[in-house]
Ligand binder design. Structure first.
Ligand code: IMP
Ligand code: MG
Length: 172
């Protein structure tokens, strides 16, 4: 089946927004090294582009989680598939996500990371669907606030497809 995908946020808009976010973070963390943690796999394109655009020293790590629940609703009970390679104690950590939906997965992850005593911990996301939030959690920085539509591209998938699209699209 070939799906029809329409552009919600263009490639140029995504690039411009990530440049803007990188500039803000570089200013905010001036004189520090920032340790960015990507949640696999959705965050990879955003994370890599952001890292390249940061003008401060950067270290990177990844974690991979699977959330229990049905296909459309995460339960918030998260199984760590891949933990971090490095400890985060004493580091200025930024958790990088592709999209915040219910917020359940991230609430769980933030709780795990806080226990490991980072010096600071912030959460940034490329996309946010605040209408869908069921937890208290709010990102410290958001690229685009979007309506409650299922989006693909720029790392986001539908059944593992479309992650490589260079724009954010909606399946019609
Ligand atoms: P939640 O915040 O725990 O509900 O789950 C967030 C995760 O659900 C994200 O990290 C994505 O992997 C996935 N997700 C939520 N909305 C979308 C979407 O519109 N497209 C693709 N994946 C999505
Ligand atoms: Mg994800």
């Amino acid at each position: 089946m070939t799906e029809n995908i329409s552009v919600l946020i263009s490639e140029a808009e995504v690039h411009a927004k990530i440049s803007e976010m990188a500039e803000k973070i570089s200013k905010e963390y001036a004189g520090k090294t920032v340790h960015i943690i990507g949640v696999l796999k959705g965050s990879i394109f955003f994370m890599c582009e952001l890292a390249q655009k940061l003008t401060i020293p950067v270290t990177m790590d990844f974690m991979s989680v699977s959330s229990y629940g049905d296909k459309t609703e995460s339960s918030g009970v998260v199984k760590l598939i891949k933990d971090l390679d490095e400890p985060i104690a004493g580091k200025d950590v930024i958790l990088v996500e592709d999209i915040m939906d219910s917020g359940r997965t991230l609430s769980y992850l933030i709780a795990i990371l806080k226990e490991r005593n980072p010096k600071s911990l912030k959460l940034i996301t490329l996309l946010d669907k605040p209408e869908r939030r069921v937890t208290e959690i709010q990102p410290d920085m958001t690229g685009f606030v979007i309506p409650d539509r299922f989006v693909v591209g720029y790392g986001l998938d539908c059944a593992q497809k479309y992650r490589n699209l260079p724009y954010i699209g909606v399946i019609e």
